[in-house]
Design a protein around this ligand. Structure first.
Ligand code: SAM
Ligand code: NAG
Ligand code: NAG
Ligand code: NAG
Ligand code: NAG
Length: 263
């Protein structure tokens, strides 16, 4: 008895120290400082597509979407999915083949055309009256509509709200200074029953300038926690040779399920 009381006291003291010290008091501002002012212009993304520097693209369905699809669907059929910064993710075809609808936003016309061509789909191009100068590319075979525009020109007045969102290479890819604006847009696109699957990365931002950028869990909470419930579904070591080549010594991939708080 005396012994276990002593151990509990020691444990308590260690926990108090931790809470008062550096691990307990995560200072988001200082964590983000190395990348806070990094800006990538839209033209630079277009240049990457033109030069085929698209190392982020995966030829297969993303494991984190596949692993968590039941939690995203929650038994629902014909769900309307939103893909911010969609690139040519094959996940869009995978979902549409299952009967869901997909709306994506992507600045690069080359990316959008490659998506349809590589997946053997035909498409129509239409102007979007609500956003002058912008085109939407619609699959003739499936419910897939890809808007070629700056994400911040998109809004719920264009396609309404969504029942699901898959965010991979999106929150981590936008310029760090735009995160509040981005979160406000995403929240405005969430239907009451929306299930938003968000993939983020943790690494030492002193070692690599990004994108993808570091998005700590504390910031996911500060961006979405006021209006949404957030569940960390998985946290896995994702370091590969590609990332070692960037100079990283660790890389953690976190997957969050974000749902509007029921009032
Ligand atoms: C890192 S890639 C990820 C693409 C896709 N989500 C994937 O996982 O393969 C980011 C994409 O967003 C596009 N992009 C970047 N900023 C954008 C913006 N503000 N509006 C629309 N598209 C943007 C880029 O052209 C690029 O294809
Ligand atoms: C967090 O860090 C920043 C920059 O390093 C500093 O200016 C700020 O005072 C710190 N905030 C807290 C609450 O410790
Ligand atoms: C598209 O068609 C080509 C040629 O028939 C085929 O090799 C390829 O596997 C198809 N791609 C998909 C994603 O079905
Ligand atoms: C597109 O979605 C609508 C509404 O969910 C559905 O009725 C229609 O069958 C879908 N079309 C295709 C080609 O999947
Ligand atoms: C698109 O967004 C940019 C910057 O966010 C803004 O300056 C522009 O007016 C927007 N265009 C339209 C048609 O909404």
């Amino acid at each position: 008895m005396r012994n276990s009381g002593f151990l509990l006291k020691v444990l308590w003291l260690v926990l108090c120290q931790a809470a008062a010290g550096s691990w307990g008091q995560a200072n988001i501002t200082s964590m983000l400082a190395p990348q806070a002012d990094r800006v990538m212009a839209l033209a630079e993304w277009e240049e990457r597509w033109q030069e085929d520097r698209i190392g982020f693209h995966q030829p297969h369905v993303h494991t984190m979407l596949e692993n968590n699809i039941d939690k995203v669907l929650a038994g629902r059929a014909e769900v309307r999915f939103f893909f911010p910064l969609c690139g040519k993710a094959v996940d869009m075809k995978w979902l549409a083949d299952m009967g869901h609808s997909v709306v994506g936003v992507e600045i690069s016309e080359k990316a959008i055309k490659q998506f349809f061509e590589e997946n053997n789909m035909t498409y129509n191009e239409e102007p979007v009256p609500a956003i002058p100068g912008v085109k939407v590319f619609k699959s003739s075979e499936r419910n897939i509509s890809l808007y070629q525009c700056d994400l911040y020109n998109f809004s719920s007045s264009i396609e309404g709200q969504f029942g699901a969102i898959w965010d991979r290479g999106s929150l981590v890819a936008i310029n760090p200074r735009d995160r509040e604006k981005y979160a406000a847009l995403i929240i405005s696109l969430m239907a009451k029953d929306c299930r938003y699957l968000l993939d983020t990365l943790l690494y030492n931002p002193e070692l690599y300038e990004g994108p993808p950028f570091l998005v700590p869990n504390e910031q996911v909470n500060s961006l979405f926690g006021n209006s949404c419930d957030i569940e960390l579904l998985s946290s896995l070591d994702a370091l590969t040779e590609r990332h070692r080549g960037w100079g990283l010594d660790y890389l953690t991939e976190n997957v969050h399920l974000i749902t509007p708080k029921s009032i």
